[in-house]
Design a protein around this ligand. Structure first.
Ligand SMILES: [Zn+2]
Length: 193
C-alpha cells in the first residue's frame, strides 16, 4: 500500500509529497529538503515535477547532491523552466535558481506511465495553462494536480507564459480525471503561485 505524506514548504506554502512503499520513496515537487529528508524511506527513486515554477523546484540542487543519480521527471517545457531563472521566475524573487544537473532529467510524454512501486503506476498528463510545463500525475487512487487545479482556488493563469484558455481546458480535464481519487494540489491553504 502506497503512503502519501504532504509537506508544506516555506516558500509560498507550495506542497511536496513523499510517496513510500516497501522501503522505497518517490517525491512530487521539491521545496524544503530538510522537511523532505525525514520522510524518505529507503532509496529515493525519483522526483516527479508538476511544473517548474521556482516554488516547486528550489530544493532540487540540494536534493541531487544528497542523492546522486536521482532522476527528475518532467516534460519539455518544464525542462526549459528548470534551466532558466527567468522562466521559473526565481530571478524576480531575489533568489535565482537554475537546476545544475540537466543530465538527470528524464523527459516524459503526455500519457506516459512510470512504474513507481510493485503494482503502482503513475501517468503523466500534460495540463498546460498555469504554466506551459504543467503535468498532472495520476495513479489509481491519487491525483497530483500541482497548480493546474487547486480545489476552491481559482487557477492562476495571468502569469507570464500562462494561457487562460488552456488553463480552463486543463482544469476541465482534471475534473474529469478525479473520479474517486484523492486530490493532492500544489499549494496548501493560501495559494500564491
Ligand atoms: Zn506555479
Amino acid at each position: 500500500m502506497m503512503t502519501i505524506r504532504q509537506i508544506v514548504n516555506s516558500v509560498y506554502s507550495s506542497c511536496s509529497y513523499v510517496l513510500t512503499q516497501d522501503k522505497q520513496s518517490w517525491l512530487v515537487d521539491c521545496g524544503d529538503v530538510d522537511q523532505i529528508l525525514p520522510l524518505v524511506e529507503g532509496k529515493l527513486q525519483g522526483v516527479l515535477l508538476t511544473h517548474a515554477h521556482f516554488d516547486h523546484i528550489y530544493g532540487l540542487n540540494n536534493l541531487v547532491s544528497l542523492f546522486p543519480g536521482l532522476t527528475v521527471y518532467t516534460i519539455m517545457a518544464g525542462f526549459n523552466g528548470l534551466l532558466s531563472d527567468k522562466l521559473n521566475f526565481s530571478r524576480y524573487y531575489g533568489d535565482p535558481f537554475i537546476f545544475d544537473s540537466p543530465d538527470s532529467v528524464k523527459l516524459v510524454r503526455d500519457g506516459e506511465c512510470i512504474s513507481l512501486f510493485e503494482g503502482v503506476e503513475i501517468k503523466a498528463v500534460a495540463t498546460p495553462g498555469h504554466s506551459p510545463g504543467c503535468v498532472t500525475w495520476v495513479t489509481e487512487d491519487a491525483i497530483f494536480t500541482g497548480d493546474s487545479y487547486i480545489p476552491g482556488v481559482k487557477t492562476v493563469a495571468n502569469l507570464p507564459h500562462s494561457d487562460k484558455e488552456l488553463a480552463l481546458k486543463s482544469e476541465a480535464l482534471i475534473r474529469d480525471m478525479v473520479e474517486n481519487r484523492s486530490i493532492y494540489p500544489g499549494h496548501a491553504a493560501s495559494n500564491e503561485i
